[in-house]
Design a protein around this ligand. Structure first.
Ligand code: GDP
Length: 502
């Protein structure tokens, strides 16, 4: 089939191939320390590229014939001094069965600064070898077709993961859960585009079914609905990856800084009886039951202040509220008690609204955020008052000054439940969007598909070739996520965050 589409695909492959040559200098052999810096029991030095075997033989013996994927204990010699540098394990991974897809090896040596320096010096003296740049091993794996961009980003997230849920999500993504989903959509779009092109080329001939257009429309509508479901995820994956941004807000002196200190179990923020002490946003990252939370302690919100620095702090607090995923609204339990009526539930809702108004915040503007009310200073209540408060559903009660183990435990349980709701559970069956760029491209993809469907209704008889371009644009959006199209701009951003040796 003389299809423009096929030609353009071929062009894309060629483009990626030449781009890979330009970008990764694949004819050079790279080496680097892949384990962490500093003294440790064992360090791993990686080598990848066509001269890997030569490097192995130079450091071990010219006659050494390594056995693929087996570990051997060997002495490593410096090529110039001929002295033994260290004794350690060597593993040989001939391409294409290696991480990068190239010939690669790993030296596992003692993790002393002197051993590592001598090994790197020895490798640097072998012609054709050079130190690896940041993320260069992974870049080679990408260009070698071993990983797509979602897997590359999953790997970067795995390296940076700090909590158990982050690890799970990154592990799933790096092993291809998102890649498979997007690749299915990509293949589906390729097949739709191919059918359309066949229709353009051979519409007059008998072997093309009449209902191609109807079938295409139906399939694309189904695809749009699948992508929409995927997009409609309350940003759970992104929140888990980036941490749940939690703003601690409230009137001055209600105990916001004390709350942050209690959670962090150290003095992160200054606590004083004077109103208006916190001006800058104080941030602190925490792990709650495997979920990452970034707390921001903010300036107390009040209308009646002329202090220029405090006003600046209040403006920063408002900005922080806008960017937050979750808002912990700290109130003084005594103030809350004043509003207590017979029907506690209604009271809570009214109180929250009135309190937000008092802070000059519009409850409606916060509608897309989770707001959780926390009643602090319960140590200043009578036993009866405490009992009454504890009966209110959905209210977290605390004393940051005299935290009782039970109250803290109850607070932590409630808070972890909230985080679970916000971030969900990473699963292989339901891979989630973890990067804003996926969301942007998927939204654009839907836009193109909708334009195509509007232009290409069976009863409109549009200019098919022009409409086909919309379909190709939709496909390109998915391919920009996975890296199937040339996307050097994205690559630079992604690999910039990788460490050397990965
Ligand atoms: P912020 O201005 O909202 O950050 O409030 P701070 O954390 O600076 O606390 C203001 C004052 O309230 C300080 O004197 C704290 O010791 C006191 N405070 C904070 N939490 C509690 C609490 O649970 N009980 C009591 N009695 N005092 C508290």
């Amino acid at each position: 089939m003389k299809s423009v589409y096929k030609l353009s695909r071929r062009f894309i492959h060629l483009q990626r191939y030449y781009s890979s040559l330009a970008n990764s200098n694949a004819d050079t052999t790279i080496y680097s320390l892949s384990s962490g810096h500093g003294k440790c029991g064992v360090s791993v030095i990686r080598v990848s590229g066509p001269r890997t075997k030569h490097a192995l033989q130079t450091l071990i013996s010219p006659k050494y014939e390594p056995k693929a994927r087996h570990a051997y204990l060997k002495s490593f010699y410096h090529p110039q001094t001929k002295e033994v540098i260290d004794k350690g394990l060597v593993l040989w991974f001939p391409g294409p069965y290696s991480f990068t897809g190239e010939d690669s090896c790993e030296f596992q040596v003692h993790g002393s600064l002197a051993v590592i320096a001598a090994m790197l010096d020895a490798l640097g003296r072998i012609p054709g070898l050079r130190p690896a740049g940041a993320g260069e091993f992974t870049k080679r794996a990408f260009y070698g077709g071993k990983l797509d961009l979602t897997e590359v980003e999953g790997l970067a997230d795995l390296i940076h993961s700090e909590t158990e849920a982050q690890r799970k999500q990154a592990m799933l993504q790096s092993s291809g859960t998102l890649s498979r989903l997007y690749d299915n959509w990509r293949k589906h779009l390729i097949s739709c585009a191919a059918h359309l092109e066949a229709y353009i080329d051979f519409a007059e001939e008998e072997n093309i079914e009449d209902d191609v257009v109807q079938k295409l429309n139906k399939e694309l509508r189904l695809l749009i609905s699948e992508i929409r479901d995927h997009l409609n995820d309350q940003r759970q994956g992104e929140m888990l990856r980036n941490g749940v941004r939690t703003a601690i807000i409230g009137a001055p002196n209600v105990g916001k800084s004390s709350f942050l200190n209690m959670i962090c179990q150290r003095e992160v923020a200054i606590v004083t009886p004077m109103a208006g002490t916190t001006r800058d946003i104080i941030e602190s990252m925490h792990n709650f039951g495997g979920y990452p939370v970034i707390f921001s302690d903010t300036a107390g919100l009040r209308k009646q202040t002329q202090d220029a620095v405090e006003l600046k702090g209040i403006s920063k607090a408002r900005e922080c509220i806008q960017n937050a995923d979750l808002i912990l609204l700290i109130a003084d339990a005594r103030d809350l008690m004043k509003h207590l009526k017979v029907d506690n539930q209604i009271m809570l809702f009214d109180y929250e609204k009135a309190y937000l108004q008092q802070l000059d915040l519009d409850a409606d503007a916060l509608a897309d955020k989770r707001v959780k009310l926390v009643a602090n200073k319960i140590d200043l209540l009578t036993t009866l008052e405490r009992k009454k408060l504890s009966q209110i559903e959905n209210l977290l009660c605390l004393s940051c000054k005299e935290p009782a183990t039970d109250d803290v435990q109850q607070f932590l349980q409630g808070f972890e439940g909230l985080l679970q709701e916000l971030c969900g559970q990473p699963s292989a069956e339901n891979p989630r969007i973890t990067h804003a760029r996926y969301r942007q491209q998927l939204e654009r993809c839907i836009e193109y598909l909708n334009i195509f469907l509007n232009e290409y209704a069976p009863d409109i008889f549009p200019d098919t070739a022009i409409s086909a371009q919309k379909l190709r644009n939709a496909l390109k959006c998915i391919e920009r996520i996975t890296g199937h199209v040339s996307c050097d701009d994205i690559l630079d951003v992604i690999f910039k965050d990788f460490c050397i040796g990965k």
